[in-house]
Design a protein around this ligand. Sequence first.
Ligand code: ACM
Length: 682
Amino acid sequence: MKVLSVFLIYIFFLSFSFTTCFSQEVLKDKLTLMPWPKEIKANGTKIIIDSNFTISINKQGNRVHNASVKFLRKLANKTGVFIDTGFPLYNNKKATLILKFQKEVDLSLETDESYELIVKKDKIEIIALTDIGIIRGLSTLLQLVNSNSNEFFFEGFIIKDCPRFKWRGLMIDVSRHFQPIEVIKRNLEAMAFMKMNVFHWHLSDDQGFRLESKKYPKLHELASDDQYYTHEQIKDIVNYADKLGIRVIPEIDVPGHATAILTAYPEFGSKESYEYKIERFSGVFDPTLNPINPKVYTFLENLFAEVSSLFPDVYFHIGGDENEGKHWDDNIEIQLFKKKNGLKSNHDLQTYFNIKLEKILKKYGKKMVGWDEIMTANMPKSAIIHSWRGKNEGFENGTLAEAVEKGYKTILSNGYYIDRMQPVEEYYLIDPTAEVRFTSEKEKLILGGEATMWGELVTPLTIDSRIWPRTAAIAERFWSPKDIRDVNNLHKRLRKISLQLEDFGITHLKNKDVILRNMTKGQEINSLNVLTEIYEPLKIYSRNKGGTEYKTFSPFTLFADACTTDAKDARIFNKSVNEFLKKSSKKSKQRLLSLLEKWHYNYLAFSELKTNPLLKNIKPFYSNLNSISLVLIEFLKEENTLKKDYNAILNSLTKLKEPMEDTELMIVSSISDLVKHFYLNK
Ligand code: ACM
């Protein structure tokens, strides 16, 4: 009886501490998990990471073996612990980390990725139905590494987790700018860390065809600038991704976006005597495959058969976007064909083309995915509609809603165009199910979504900084429960996750210094770096209006390339101005002073640099920022001796609003508020 009552009291306190000390909100503040798991409870224990750390698995498994080895490498590097033997052990109950799964699976839309992770005081268990579940659990465990001054440890948690959506993708366009194998591999690693499971590889477009073709070798010989993936490299990537639990979907974009294909094989084009040349600009262009030429279908059948043999996944993306059909209009035979076959518009003709492609793909065991233009009457329901145009083009509820309404499976990219360089929260708050209310049966047709990294303005040097860390936030939207949407908490976790992405080889942070060193030609970079924390690249394609400023071989080592979205000091400054104007707190005043002084002193350092054409246009902006900073410092210190004329300040402010080297200053309106406060309230 006595034992029982002591036990009950123990249980009472345990559950008390569960709900009070470790509520979800507290945990979200305390832990850096991303994507946030479905269920998590602390159990008040911890397990120390020491040299005896070992992993046991219940059976052989290629992916689990691979993931365990990578896990140990990361754990040792993270903690500095000299792990002794580590791995592999089989069915060893004394191991520190026990991995138990029932089966290895072929990756598909239906792959079970759920797992349970239990960290106790003497061991850790990850239990899953499939080997993919184990991989997802290991990503979570790596994020639970914690430390105090003496040791590294895992805190005790019980996590039950599974994804909200089946399709959690990242598209990388390698046509506009080629991305070598190592870029793809490091991004696959980061995707797996964020539990993403689809790599959509945009392999062909107007600017290049990036795949070796043994059947049609002119494709890679004449239309890739010798920058393409061999069959061996493709197989290597597919295999690499598979080990990480990531499916690879190839995209061969047709019938539009086909300049590269037609550069190699002009005979498949729609316009006679047209000189097809790999496109160097960005935008939408006229070269289009000829849908009434039977040889085009033979070509596509052979090409798709070859591509299909390299990519085991059942889905195959045929693009299908942005075909304006101008070259179809210019071709009399095509016009006659349309008339004869009752095809009223070019879109009807494209449907005719798509339906033929769907049949070809079927022959090779593939199902079609296409951008939302492929959604027309007669398109079989086995096709996946990839929504990118949202509510544009007359789709009142958006193309995703339309696809669901019509009974198609669908994935969302509208809102996840990371190349638009918008702030992270704008992506994070978009939900694939938000467009309209569906029945739960219909909602199942929404498979998930994809972040899209279009390649017009990126090279291997900068692509990571355009993908990460914002894609981690999108990954959370696709994996975590719908109600995980606290933006402040996201920012807090994302700052730390961003650093952890470096452990996977992601270069988004370190390559900034490379760009800045190129700009200063080896002089100090700190004074320039300071500006990258308050300037951001121009957004929503205004950096490259009309696709005409930047071409394939334009430089991507400019100030705008060193800058990214969500500039850190700008966020702090804007928040502090807000707080200062509301309640004039000492803390916010101090923060403002330290930033304004930072800009002032770094301007002085910048002025001493030997200038060059990459730096010279920055100077007048920096000088303006410096003069305004000095005035504000004096006001904040209440020793306004400069007595700068209000109109002169307004003049400086107006100039600061103008774009500088394709970037914008993210603190102009806060500065303006401060200026008004000091001049007009006094
Ligand atoms: C697209 O952005 N043209 C799919």
